[in-house]
Design a binder for this molecule. Sequence first.
Ligand SMILES: C[S@@+](CC[C@H](N)C(=O)[O-])C[C@H]1O[C@@H](n2cnc3c(N)ncnc32)[C@H](O)[C@@H]1O
Length: 326
Amino acid sequence: MTQFKAQFDEIQNPAVNHLFWMNGLQEYLQHKNHPQLETYNKIKKALLYGNVYAMQDLCMSEIRRGHINISDGFIRMLFNQYTGYEFLSHRKVLQYISHCIDDEYIRMISSWSIENGKKASLNDHFSRGQMLSKLWMVDQLKVLFPQNRLGTIAHYGGWYATVAQHLFQHFEIKNYYNIEKDHTCLHISESFNRVQRNNNWQFKSIGCDVNDIHWKYREEEQDVKPGDEYFIGGVQNAQEEYIEIKIMPDIIINTSCEHMDETWFNNIPKGKTICLQTNDYFSNEQHINCCKDLDDAIAKYPMSKTIYTGEIETAEYNRFMIIGEK
Ligand SMILES: C[S@@+](CC[C@H](N)C(=O)[O-])C[C@H]1O[C@@H](n2cnc3c(N)ncnc32)[C@H](O)[C@@H]1O
C-alpha cells in the first residue's frame, strides 16, 4: 500500500481505472429495478470517487454484519481513494459487491472472476453500452417470442457469452452454441455458463471463424429439408478427441457484426431467423464494418420478413438491432 494521503484533494487512485465495468453492473441493476441499487451506487461512489458519506454508510453496514476474515480487505478497498490502496483486483471487488448485493447474476460474475478476472477484459465486456445493448436484445426477444421458446441458438462471435444466462433464465433453450474465433473466449465463456455446459453441453463454445461456416442445404444433400439446414461444429471432448456436432439453429444471434464483413450473413440459408446488432462506433479500431444509421444496417442485412428494427443511444455510439427471417 502506498503512503497514507491525508489531503482530500488528492482523491484519485489510478488503481480504479480498471473498475469501470462497475458502470455496466449499475445499468443491469437499474434495468431490473433491483431493491439494493442504492447500496450498489454507494459502493461505486466510495470505490471510484472516495465519497465519504458512502464510505461511512458502508463501513457501518460492515460493522453491523460482524467481522469476517475478509472484512479488513473490504475496509481497505473502501478507503482506497485516500490510502492509495492498489490491490483492487476484479475478484476482490466483485467479492465485496456480491457480499453486499443479493443477486444471482452478480454472484455468477463474482465466482467466474476468481478464475477469469485477469484473463477477461471486464471493462469492455461490462461497459454501459455493452450491458444496455444486451438487455435491450433480451427484452425485445421476450416480446417477440412470448411462448418463451428459442430452441437452438447459434451465437456468432459471442465473446464471453454472459448474455446467455439472461436467455437461459427467460427462455426454453435446447442448445446454445457460441461460435467464436478467439480461442481464449472458449474457456472463459464455458466457465461463465458452466451449469449448462455441464448439462450435456447444453451450452457449448466452438472455435471457428463464422465466415467459414459451411451450411448443408437441400441443393447439396437431398435429405436436408428447407428449415432443417445445418452445419458441423468441431470440438474436443474431455479426452481431447475431435467430436463433430450437428448444429441446426432455430435462431442465429450476432451481436458482433461491426467486427466482421457480411460473409457470415450471405452464407445463412434463406428463411433462417436472425437477430443481429451493429453500431456506428467507427472510431473503435477493432470495428471494421460499422453502419452509419439504422437504414444503412437494414440495407446491409436484408431480411425477407422483418420482425423488429430499432436503435438505442449509448454514451459513445448508437446501436442498431434487426430481427427477422432472411
Ligand atoms: C469484442 S467482441 C463483441 C462486441 C459486441 N458488441 C458484442 O457485444 O458481442 C467481438 C467478438 O467477435 C469475435 N469475432 C470477430 N470476428 C469473428 C468471426 N469472423 N468469427 C467468429 N468470431 C468473431 C471476436 O473474437 C470477439 O470475441
